[in-house]
Design a protein around this ligand. Sequence first.
Ligand code: SR1
Ligand code: MG
Length: 419
Amino acid sequence: MKEFVALTVETLPVRLGEESSLRARIGEDTGSWQVAEVGDGNLNLVFIVKGSKGAVIVKQALPYVRLVGESWPLPLKRSFFEYHALKRHSERDPGMTPEIYHFDERQAIIVMQFLTPHVILRRALIEGRQLPKIGRDLGLFIARTLFRGSDLSMVAKQRKADLALFADNAELCDITENLVFSDPYFEAKLNRHTPELDPLVAELRRDRDLKVEAQRLKHIFAANAETLCHGDLHTGSVMVTDDETRVIDPEFAFYGPIAFDVGMLIANFWMSYFSQSGHEENGGRDSMRAYLLRTATEIWDVFVEEFSHLWRTERNGMLYEASLFEAQGDALGAEQALDGLIHDIWVDMLGFAGVETHRRILGLAHNADFETIENTALRAHCEAKALKFGRHLAVNRSRIHGMAEIASLAERLQREIVQ
Ligand code: SR1
Ligand code: MG
């Protein structure tokens, strides 16, 4: 076993060229491989490698947080969790993840399918592109992966083994526990925000109800190990064309609440909604805004529809056994239990969406939707609306009754002149 060494554009062909399966895929003449480092994420190296036969993506974890530097060490084993989560996701929703060609645990390298002409969904939304299939594809993905990774579906012993396996992804959970649920609500060292937001940020950090809700959500995140979550399911973790959707980057995978992935994903559509006025000319994004609200609703509706379908057809795990309900002629009992579970997911997903919105504006890891708005007054204007929206979701989540209510709230805030 060789020591970990970070790849470079120069060393990659020599090192990966040792693998005959990769040479067969990329091209035997490793000297002619073209390599470009394209990683723009917060943590890893990402290379596109092209040869005479084909192209691949090479992702390598670094032993530290790339965004911050070597002062923040981070274990290489996140690559192991990403690899295993990708395998499970591809089994649970086939065709929704990139194909994996090679995994080197020691060097924390995953070689996978080069998705082309796919682009990162967040980029497409910033450009104002309306992708027709993502609402359905993502709704199905979350329903299938979250249902099939839980005790509703898995053999209990296998699920417990998986729970133990992913429990070791502790450092990545620690990032989420701090960056999502705590840091936004006090002046944590690595936080930053658009200066024009100062008064609103101070108000939010004094907001006792908000802080209590954020901690209740953190408690649910940490204590409710229901299913295998992607763990970082935002629009930067999705690649798209008009016809295809692929979910990438599950290195934050952990056993957590079903509602976490759902809320994080939908929050990113709502943030895109509030960011649109930073990218529009002459009211040109009105239809994009309507599309984003519609897509958030579609994701939720498809999630509920598919989750309910799986409940009725694949509920083979140890929870809510059919022997207690359907087999006793009590199908209604199973439906009652399903309604209760969907209700709980709804309430918690709104809370997770609220805090995800806050952390992308107040914490360390911002998103390009807002960051690419160069005029800081305009950016703050968009962000302020999103912050108020997030606060409403987090604090009032148990009193919100449906997506229509949320769409009205978003539209009202969008019309509001923020001081
Ligand atoms: C220090 S890592 C910051 C963020 O980047 C990742 O993509 C996750 O979203 C994490 O919270
Ligand atoms: Mg990522």
